[in-house]
Design a protein around this ligand. Structure first.
Ligand SMILES: [Zn+2]
Ligand SMILES: [Zn+2]
Length: 341
């Protein structure tokens, strides 16, 4: 079988690997589709993701669908041949965060495809891998493996909206029109937002946001005047840019809510705290997701949420380097996936 490993900055190799053994309660999965996320790109192009440095070969990938290829003793949730969405979150279930129903705040989290721990927690960009049955969400219907691999990013958008206020009748701003910006558009519409406005620094992502239902798109530079007016009830900062956070602070109405979803550069930054005070802005964080993964699987499998416009390309796992290059080009791609046939 093949496995994709990042050895160091811009050193990604598709290598032969041993088939993993399957223990009791475990499921052998064959990769269906694996979405390349911003964090995977950081590991590949920089050899690190913020503070998390690649210190041993890392198999990336935390957005995946798969087909069940085998089951261990005692497995009841799935059968061989089932299509599954795979949850990359291994929350402990015992800490205070978990017990309060906020598994994303788990203090013992093991998240797949991450160098945050050493040894690293290996990800899913490999032909076969083993998961506990708890990680596997079987679905029926004609949903494709490519769509199903959107469960993780869609969960991020649903959690962002879930961290904000009730959206019925509200005017919403989303800064950033990549995959997470676009799934946040889908989630905000689902939650009843009256008008969804998206901003970005590039035109192609803005056009992409319109395909999933953004009512208004604004270019961060050309439409700077419009973005300086306080006119939104709720803003989601998804791009991870400090300039965009400042835009949210300016564009939010008095008493509004700003939800920080994107990862800002890891450095101290000057911050417009007076707006938080004088406008009584609620500034909240949204980190990964909890129960929203389950919701995402249901929304996708019934196509109540249709992510098909967001899938820009699929490459065989053996061509992972080309896939990573394509994923990094925001003038051409939204979501790029590696696939196994
Ligand atoms: Zn991701
Ligand atoms: Zn926990």
């Amino acid at each position: 079988m093949l496995a994709c490993r990042i050895h160091a900055k811009e050193d990604l190799r598709v290598e032969n690997a041993e088939m993993p053994p399957v223990g009791p309660g475990e499921v052998l999965l064959k990769l269906g589709a694996g979405g390349i996320c911003g964090s995977d790109l950081h590991y590949y192009f920089e050899g690190r993701n913020g503070n998390f440095v690649v210190r041993e070969p890392l198999i990336p990938g935390h957005e995946a669908s798969a087909v069940v290829a085998g089951i261990g003793a005692g497995v009841t949730r799935v059968r061989v041949g089932d299509k599954v969405a795979v949850s990359p979150s291994h929350a402990c279930g015992r800490c205070e965060g978990c017990r309060e129903g906020r598994e994303q705040l788990c203090s013992n989290m093991r998240f797949l495809g991450s160098a945050s721990l050493f040894p690293h927690v290996q990800g899913m960009f490999q032909e076969y891998f083993v998961m506990g049955e708890r990680q596997c969400y079987p679905v029926g219907g004609d949903i494709s493996l490519g769509e199903l691999a959107f469960a993780e990013p869609l969960a991020v958008g649903l959690h962002a909206v879930n961290r904000g206020p009730d959206l019925i009748g509200k005017s919403v701003l989303i800064t950033g029109a990549g995959t997470i910006g676009c799934v946040t558009v889908l989630a905000a519409r689902l939650a009843g937002a009256r008008r969804v406005t998206v901003s970005d620094i590039l035109d192609r992502p803005l056009a992409q946001a319109r395909t999933v239902g953004a009512d208004v798109t604004l270019h961060a530079a050309r439409d700077a005047d419009a973005l300086a007016k306080p006119q939104f009830d709720v803003a989601y900062e998804v791009s991870g840019s400090f300039a965009a956070l400042k835009t949210c602070m300016a564009a939010i109405k008095r008493g509004g809510v700003v939800v920080q979803v994107g990862t800002l550069p890891h450095e101290p930054l000057p911050f417009v705290v007076n707006d938080v005070m004088a406008k009584e802005i609620d500034l909240r964080g949204a980190f990964r997701w909890g129960i929203e993964f389950d919701w995402a699987v249901d929304y996708l499998s019934t196509r109540r949420v249709d992510v098909r416009p967001l899938l820009s390309g699929q490459y065989p796992l053996s061509d992972a380097v080309a896939a990573f290059r394509a994923a990094a080009d925001k003038n051409k791609s939204t979501k790029v996936q590696v696939v196994c046939s």
